[in-house]
Design a protein around this ligand. Structure first.
Ligand SMILES: Cc1cc2nc3c(=O)[nH]c(=O)nc-3n(C[C@H](O)[C@H](O)[C@H](O)COP(=O)(O)OP(=O)(O)OC[C@H]3O[C@@H](n4cnc5c(N)ncnc54)[C@H](O)[C@@H]3O)c2cc1C
Length: 459
């Protein structure tokens, strides 16, 4: 075992045990998930093997205290010592966004179930700046906050999630979600609760339901279909299915990007009389007349509705998409290497979560598996090494078909099913429903509190 000598000068770092990676992998994700489902409990980090830490006095800044930002911050504290950590996020509340779908379907009875305080999830050593980043100067390792302050960093992790661009849908006023048949599960905890109110009115009164999705990359691309499925199933449960029409408007000719799952959902929707309309992108809405306008390859078309579920176009936050850190596109996602998650131009910058411009992976499940990749790769860069960890695109979508009915879909960059558990992922199981309603929330909380061991974060 060799030990390097630590130097006190800034940016000079040492790997205490050069022959080993900072932490050992001891269990596979499959083994962890199995034990989690049985025990339904998160494992305390203190029970895991002692980490070997890299000593450094680097200043690391993390933008965003969401799923990705918090998970990676806690992990870095296990890999590093002597560093300083600053987390920038204006938001005081933390939202468990996967739970929005359960609020918008009446499964979670209160939106408070998905709200917590960010201060309860912050690492003890983090300096929390309650402000938003508005611009970057990556050549000088600096960023500017909305109040005008400048923050300098040695290393930067960008994790501000997605920006919801409701304003790009002409005529839409999001303050009216829940009124006049408008719903949107993406509009925060209160918006999800208002959506559930509008869905209940719709399924009781009957009429035409229109369900949309944008033509941008989006977080949890399965959520628009989950809302469609749950609405249709709720109508069945109150014996009023015959009085509602369910139309889904897809942005291209698929429902889901993984062919095996796409075909399965198309078959199931045919049986349930849920009607897909392909290559239709919502561009405008007349909220009083209840008419939606779609762009199609053949021009603009209009559809009447009694209830509409709106999903906004999404992009990186403006601060990113207007900076030199962005890819060139409408959405301006962060321009990272899709495997190492290191910025392609600025090696001291990494990205995690919804903001990264990877081909897939805007889910909390992806952020969970990106966290160790970013933490190890940043640690390597601090140590003057080349990033060696590669993210495989792991994404999980528990496709809710109705109350008590879930398919557990998992996949990666190859867009083929990569099930953790034996059995056909296109077979619904009650266990996945219980996982969705009772287990994923506590696991998410354990992740943002730094209470999941490293092996449990791997994809
Ligand atoms: C309706 C819905 C259903 C979903 N269902 C699932 C699911 O079933 N499974 C799943 O795995 N995932 C699901 N997701 C997706 C999941 O919630 C996100 O992928 C995940 O939260 C992404 O984490 P993140 O850290 O990138 O962003 P977020 O968790 O959104 O956090 C971003 C943080 O950055 C902050 N921020 C933004 N801009 C700035 C700025 N300029 N400066 C500083 N801070 C900033 C924000 O305030 C926020 O706190 C769902 C999401 C929604 C909305």
């Amino acid at each position: 075992m060799k030990f390097a000598v630590c130097k006190a000068n800034k940016k000079e770092v040492c790997m205490i045990n050069k022959e080993k990676r900072p932490m050992k992998k001891t269990l596979t994700r499959r083994a962890f998930l199995k034990s989690s489902v049985v025990a339904a409990a998160a494992v305390s980090v203190s029970q895991t093997a002692q980490a070997t830490q890299l000593s450094t006095n680097a200043h690391i800044v993390v933008i965003g205290a969401g799923a990705g930002g918090l998970a990676v911050s806690h992990l870095l504290n296990k890999l590093l010592s002597g560093h300083s950590l600053t987390i920038i996020d204006k938001k005081m509340e933390h939202h468990y966004q996967p739970g929005f779908t359960l609020v918008a379907s009446g499964v979670y009875k209160s939106p408070n179930k998905v709200i917590s305080n960010n201060k309860d999830h912050m690492p003890d050593n983090a300096k929390w700046i309650q402000d938003n980043v508005v611009s970057f100067n990556p050549d000088k390792n600096q960023l500017i906050l909305s109040k005008g302050d400048t923050v300098s960093y040695d290393f930067l992790i960008i994790a501000p999630g997605c920006q919801l661009n409701y304003q790009d849908i002409e005529g839409l006023d999001i303050s009216r979600i829940g009124i006049n048949g408008i719903g949107s599960v993406y509009a925060g905890p209160q918006g999800a609760a208002a959506t559930w109110a509008a869905i209940q009115t719709f399924i009781k009164e009957g009429g035409k339901g229109v369900f949309t999705r944008p033509n941008t990359d989006m977080k949890c691309a399965g959520a628009p279909m989950k809302v469609t499925n749950l609405t249709e199933h709720h109508a069945q449960l109150i014996n009023n299915r015959q009085n509602i029409q369910v139309d889904y408007f897809a942005h291209d000719n698929t429902l889901f990007s993984v062919p095996a799952f796409d075909q399965e959902l198309k078959k199931r929707w045919q049986r349930r009389n849920i009607m897909p309309h392909y290559s239709h992108v919502l561009s405008g809405i007349n909220m009083d007349a209840r008419k939606a306008t779609f762009d199609t390859p053949d021009g603009s078309v209009t559809a009447d509705y009694d209830f509409i579920h709106v999903v906004p176009p999404m992009s990186a936050p403006d601060a990113i998409r207007e900076s030199e850190l962005a890819q060139e596109s409408y959405s301006g996602w962060l321009d990272v290497d899709k495997y190492t998650l290191q910025h392609k131009t600025y090696p001291n910058v990494f990205g995690i979560g919804d903001v990264v411009g990877t081909p897939i992976g805007k889910t909390a499940a992806s952020a969970k598996t990106q966290a160790p990749i970013v933490a190890y790769n940043l640690t390597a860069v601090i140590a003057g090494k080349t990033p060696y960890e590669q993210w495989n695109g792991y994404t999980s979508c528990p496709m809710i078909l109705g109350i008590g009915k879930v398919l557990l879909w998992e996949f990666g960059y190859e867009k083929v099913p990569t099930p953790t558990f034996p059995g056909d992922p296109n077979t619904e199981r009650w266990l996945w429903w219980r996982m969705e309603t009772d287990l994923l929330g506590p696991l998410y909380t354990a992740m943002i509190n730094g209470q999941l061991p490293e092996f449990a974060l791997r994809g």
